[in-house]
Structure formats: C-alpha cells, structure tokens
Design a protein. Structure first.
Length: 261
C-alpha cells in the first residue's frame, strides 16, 4: 500500500476526480480528510468509503475553499482529528466558458476565487503543518488548459495557467523543507460538468474523442492513479512537474492530418 497511514487532504472530494482520488487513497491505506460544499453528498461519500472495508479511512468536512475562515477551520479539523497533513491534493475547482468581453467581472472573480485563490488558501493553511513535520507532498490540480490555450475559455485558462506556475515556484521554495510540489494536468475526463456538456451540445463527445490521439474520454480514476503515484515515496525526486494526463493531445502541433503521403 503506497499511502499506508499517510495523513492526506483532498479538496473537492465529493464527485468526479476528487471522489475517485478519495477512494484510491483509502484503497492505499491513507487517513484521508476531504472537503466539499455539498454536505449531504460528502457525508454519503464518507459513509460509502468507510463501509467498503478499505485499509484506509475517510473523514468529510464541509468547506468552500474560496472562503478563508472555512479553509482555516478545515485545517484545524485535520490537525486535531488526524495530525499534521502529509499529503495535499488541491483538487477543488469550477469551470467557466466565454471570451473575455463575454465574462462579467463577477464571473471572472468567482473562478479566480475558487480555482486560484482557493488553492492558495488551502496551501497557506496546510503548509505550516508540513513545515512542522519537515515532510509533505502537494499535488495541485491544473489542466491541459493551464499548459496551452483554448478558444472561449479565457478565465479558466488564466486560473489554471497561474496554478501551473505557482506549482513551479512552490517546488523551488519548499524543496529544502522536505516538501515536494507537483501538479496534474488532465485532458478531457468524465465528470458532472463534462457529461452535462456532452448531453447539452450535440456531437460534443464525438468531437472530443476525435481530437484526442487515443480517441477516448479518460475516466476519473485514471487521473486519481497519477495522484497516488505523485503522493507516494516512489517519486521523492520528482518536484516542480506539471504532468499532462491527456491522451497525447498536448503532443500534437494541431496541424491537420492529410492522410498517407
């Protein structure tokens, strides 16, 4: 078991990649505290995981990562209930489409408050626990959209681009403290938001499959598996990496395929 008894924290853990990672951490023996805004859903996930007989255990705490006081209380809960955090997966995030002139200031602020400031706040309140322990690993949630540009997604891409470089800076700043910082950069992955896109926009799923070299949509557990790897002691020499989990899409120049020459 890669994470046996590791005190782990996952934000946005009630659905999608977050939930899949809570499950994988519990399978690997971690003591995992996870948060989310939807209390009923969080309590149900906690109940399901703890009833499954995994070697690890899950603990839900209601928290909106964009609200500083709630993040502060979440960090205090983890320290009191489990001890100092050793593994942090900064997963919580929201998505927003639109060109810049179509993005009202309040919507811009909303995505920055969750996707970027939320990650900052969580790191700010949990890093002291890792510094006290002289050990820790942080995995931030970026995206292929934090590595390259997309059309009509300027706010989301800006937030994820900031996470990408924040990851590099943190890796440099905390290397001598025994703390590694990396990020995962998923491509298209099945989630509530993605499934809504597929059902509301005709042909969307087929277009995404065609765009990716592997021609399929990733399952949440495929990203969760990468998070488990980055959290494990098998990769103590890996820090400052923004890892694409993208079916090869960022390997492509974007030029059209012209068939056999």
């Amino acid at each position: 078991m890669e994470l046996l008894n590791k005190i782990s924290v996952i934000t946005g853990g009630t659905s999608g990649i977050g939930k899949a990672t809570v499950i994988r951490f519990a399978e690997e023996g971690a003591k995992v505290a996870f948060c989310g805004r939807r209390s009923d859903q969080g309590k149900q996930v906690e109940k399901e995981i703890n009833a499954a007989g995994y070697p690890g255990q899950a603990y839900f705490f209601p928290c909106d990562v964009s609200i500083e006081q709630e993040v502060k209380e979440f960090a205090a809960f983890v320290k009191e209930k489990l001890g100092n955090c050793e593994v942090l997966f900064n997963n919580a995030g929201i998505h927003l489409a639109g060109k810049l002139h179509e993005t009202p200031p309040q919507e811009w602020d909303r995505i920055m408050n969750v996707d970027l400031r939320g990650a900052y706040l969580v790191c700010y309140y949990f890093l002291p626990q890792m510094l006290e322990k002289k050990y820790g690993t942080i995995i931030n949630m970026s995206s292929v959209s934090g590595l390259l540009g997309d059309t009509e997604m300027v706010a989301y891409n800006t937030a994820k681009g900031a996470i990408t470089n924040m990851t590099r800076c943190m890796a440099l700043d905390y290397a001598m403290d025994g703390i590694r910082v990396n990020a995962v950069c998923p491509g298209i992955t099945r989630s509530e938001i993605v499934e809504h896109t597929f059902t509301s926009i005709k042909g969307a799923e087929e277009k995404f499959k065609a765009a990716y070299p592997v021609h399929y949509i990733a399952e949440a557990v495929e990203v969760a598996n990468a998070v488990v790897f980055l959290a494990s002691r098998k990769c103590d020499f890996i820090t400052g990496v923004n890892l694409p989990i993208d079916g090869g899409i960022t390997a492509h120049t974007g030029q059209p395929y012209m068939g056999t020459y």
